[in-house]
Design a binder for this molecule. Structure first.
Ligand SMILES: [Fe+2]
Ligand SMILES: [Fe+2]
Length: 374
């Protein structure tokens, strides 16, 4: 008997999860795939976790036609922090003769040695790598590392999932964007009918003032900024709010905001960063100075930027809907090493502006001057 455990916050479950689950069942000829929403994930301290009932209900809808799938509430019923060693031991005791797989992505595999009782986990199950993070992780090296540390081979699926982001789905929903192609229709209807994800005044405002095209860009900036913030230990909530509001003034007429006292000789594509800060502060009553600064300098940068400012600047530049030539290379640089990548991005932008015969704003040159990471 072969059983795989597929854990996660599933907030919400989406099409990549389903693809990976089906792929695992087929490739490994599984008798059972246990889908297990976590109660509190020790690996995702910052996640906004919605009611367990909604997560379970959405999973049941998503997998209703998959006979081999069992949606388990074991970790939720148990309560407290869900440690993998406890979960796999529980299922090994339940199915002593079965081969048990535990599915995980590259980012989790990288942190595996820091998990509680890794030896106990590996005595009770086989790790199964299921997710690809292009350019970010060297999966072969990670698998070799686990083997040299513990003497157990990690297996991997041929059908890998692409980088999965429930954050993207929540963000798209809160910005009034389509969820088509991201979640099954039954899950989409459930989210809508049960108001699973509530937006706040800031999301509502952005939904009103930005057209769909700009909201798609904003959603990309939010998800990229949240990812970067988590990796770099930057406040995730501040990153989300700054990203959400960064282009709030993109379609505003400066003449309607005399009180903003923005210089009249500024290049037009720079005005919106200052006006955005003004609107966030005066109209939306944002008081957090870190957030206001991240909005205020998101286009030009400036000398001695904070990490939050850099995260927003970079997220704006490389978010997934950006298609300019060379963007892939910049994404790779940022994934490899944020600090080096940030400098490379500034250099590329300055080079690009010069090539187009556009004015390089002095603040951007100041931003580069401070970056010495040789
Ligand atoms: Fe902008
Ligand atoms: Fe932007």
């Amino acid at each position: 008997m072969k059983i795989a455990i597929f854990g996660g916050s599933f907030n919400p479950v989406h099409n990549e999860h389903i693809k990976v689950a089906k792929g695992a069942i087929k490739e490994l000829n599984l008798d059972k795939l246990i889908v297990m929403p976590t109660f509190i994930s020790p690996h995702k301290k910052n996640a906004e976790i919605i009611s367990t009932e909604h997560r379970l209900n959405m999973l049941k809808l998503a997998f209703s036609s998959e006979k081999a799938v069992e949606v388990s509430s074991y970790e939720i019923d148990k309560g407290g922090i869900s440690y993998t060693f406890e979960t796999v031991t529980h299922f090994k005791n339940l199915y002593p003769s079965a081969k048990i797989y535990f599915m995980l992505g590259s980012d989790m595999l990288e942190n595996f040695p820091t998990w509680k009782n890794p030896d106990v986990i590996l005595d009770n199950c086989t790790l199964l790598l299921t997710e690809r993070r292009t350019g970010e992780f060297n999966d072969d090296a990670l698998i070799d590392k686990i083997y040299s540390l513990y003497g157990h081979r990690v297996e991997r699926l041929k059908v890998y999932g692409e980088t999965i982001s429930s954050t993207k789905i929540r963000t798209q929903y809160k910005l009034g964007l389509s969820l088509d192609g991201l979640v099954p229709k039954s899950v989409k209807d459930y989210i809508v009918n049960n108001s699973v994800y509530e937006s706040d005044v800031y999301y509502e405002y952005i939904k009103k003032v930005l057209p769909i095209k700009r909201r798609i860009h904003t959603a990309g900036v939010i998800t990229t900024a949240i990812d970067l913030a988590k990796k770099l230990n930057v406040d995730v909530k501040k990153a989300e709010l700054s990203a959400l509001l960064h282009d709030v003034a993109k379609y505003e007429d400066i003449n309607n905001y005399k009180g903003a006292e923005i210089k009249s000789d500024l290049p037009s594509d720079i005005v919106h960063q200052y006006l955005g800060e003004y609107i966030a502060r005066t109209k939306l009553n944002v008081t957090d100075s870190d957030v206001l600064l991240a909005i205020k300098y998101h286009t030009t940068g400036r000398a001695n930027m904070t990490m939050l400012e850099k995260v927003i600047y970079i997220a704006d530049l490389i978010e997934p809907s950006r298609k300019f030539q060379g963007v892939e290379k910049l994404r790779e640089e940022i994934n490899k090493d944020f600090h080096v990548g940030f400098k490379v991005c500034l250099e590329e932008i300055i080079e690009f502006l010069k090539l187009c015969g556009k004015e390089v704003y002095s603040l951007t040159l100041d931003a580069l001057k401070g970056e010495i990471y040789e």
